[in-house]
Design a protein around this ligand. Structure first.
Ligand SMILES: Nc1ncnc2c1ncn2[C@@H]1O[C@H](COP(=O)(O)OP(=O)(O)O)[C@@H](O)[C@H]1O
Ligand SMILES: [Mg+2]
Length: 366
């Protein structure tokens, strides 16, 4: 997927922007507060109808505007073109149109434009809660296995129903049995799809990481959310008492996690901040490779504030990996120099200058 044309109105300080990015590397430079992150936010909004800076849409909508609107023409891997328009008003009501037709489901929108974000927040992947890692994992499964959404929704719904029953004073055993069955069926499918995905991701991740940094003792493993040796049905019946006391279900995919260790220790406890960042970049790039290999689909990478995050040698290594992925990349930095990298002469690179919300093409090599 590549953005051929994008126009943005009503997002933060961006003066209505219309531009044709390079299908490969796009470098955006400008002072602090000029609108670089806002432009990446606009692409994120196009792909997911929400911001990555806030869960609320209000702060993203430009002051004195009623709505944020992003329109784009996207080239698909099959050579077609998709016209996508996403808007949201101050009441957070969304309008999504793909080739002129209204779409209701965010999942359907997200499938069109797989997006990876590398910014200071994404480094929480290692140190943050398991939820962040589950989101990372499920992003991958969602994009390579189309049945995942169906099972994930059934699992979420049965979990909700089961938790609500657990909170009742008197448990209706028959209803509980019905929801237990549904919960186990859906959970086992979700778990299986996650396991299959991790099995495929691991070698790609190891290979990607080795191109960035040598960490031979680093391992990635998956915890499914309940005892590996037991069936979920058995675990559920033995935890019933405790689940009732807590008022929610303990075992299940809602407790799954990815574990990154160096030897026996948690990676966050032993790796330097810089090393952690590279591990996160390798995880995200590995997902892009896997998506390209299994679905012939390329995701779009948004890399915010590259210069501030990595020192020059690692910046180069990351740029090389992004270039090898052959996907569309948007990289921001305050200084054009921080974005300098010896791109291959055949790689189309466009440079944009961002100033007071205006974005102007300042250079191109094609
Ligand atoms: N809702 C909004 N309406 C108008 N301007 C905004 C809004 N939210 C933020 N801004 C302004 O947008 C500017 C762009 O910020 P940002 O994209 O983060 O800059 P950069 O990433 O280039 O440092 C900031 O100066 C900020 O004050
Ligand atoms: Mg910024």
């Amino acid at each position: 997927m590549t953005i051929r044309h994008i126009s943005v109105t009503g997002i933060r300080n961006l003066v209505p922007v219309a531009l044709d990015p390079s299908p490969r590397i796009n470098l955006l430079h400008g002072c602090n507060g000029s609108g670089k992150t806002s432009f990446l936010e606009a692409i994120h909004f196009l792909a997911l109808a929400r911001s990555f800076r806030s869960t609320r849409i209000q702060p993203m909508i430009q002051q004195e505007q009623d709505q944020a609107l992003v329109f784009a023409r996207i080239a698909t891997p099959h050579g077609d073109e998709l016209a996508i328009g996403v808007s949201r008003n101050r009441q957070a009501e969304a309008q999504i149109r793909v080739n002129g037709e209204s779409i209701r489901s965010m999942a359907e929108l997200a499938r069109n434009l797989p997006l990876q974000l590398i910014n200071p927040e994404s480094f929480r992947l290692l140190e943050g809660s398991p939820k962040v890692r589950r989101q990372f994992l499920d992003w991958g499964v969602f994009h390579v296995e189309h049945s995942f959404m169906h099972w994930w929704q059934r699992f979420q719904n049965s979990l909700k129903q089961r938790n609500s029953l657990l909170r009742h004073a008197i448990i209706d055993d028959q209803s509980m049995h019905v929801w237990d069955l549904e919960f186990c069926t859906a959970s086992e499918r979700v778990d299986q799809l996650r396991q299959d995905y991790i099995r495929r991701l691991k070698p790609v991740f190891t290979q990607t990481l080795s191109k960035l940094i040598q960490l031979p003792d680093l391992s990635l493993s998956y915890y499914r959310g309940w005892d590996r040796e037991k069936s979920l049905a058995d675990v559920l019946s033995s935890s019933r008492q405790r689940d009732r006391q807590l008022g929610h279900t303990q075992p299940g995919p809602q407790r799954a996690d990815l574990r990154l260790r160096v030897g026996q220790q948690n990676a966050v406890e032993v790796l330097s901040r810089g090393q952690q960042k590279l591990v996160v970049c390798a995880l995200k790039i590995a997902q892009g490779h896997l998506l390209a290999d299994s679905m012939q689909q390329r995701c779009i990478y948004l890399v915010d504030d590259l210069g501030a995050e990595l020192d020059p040698a690692y910046r180069k290594a990351l740029c090389r990996l992004l270039e090898q992925l052959e996907c569309q990349v948007f990289i921001t930095g305050t200084e054009p120099g921080s974005l300098n990298y010896d791109w291959h002469k055949e790689t189309p690179v466009s440079m944009f200058h961002v100033e007071h919300g205006h974005i102007k093409k300042s250079g191109v090599t094609e």
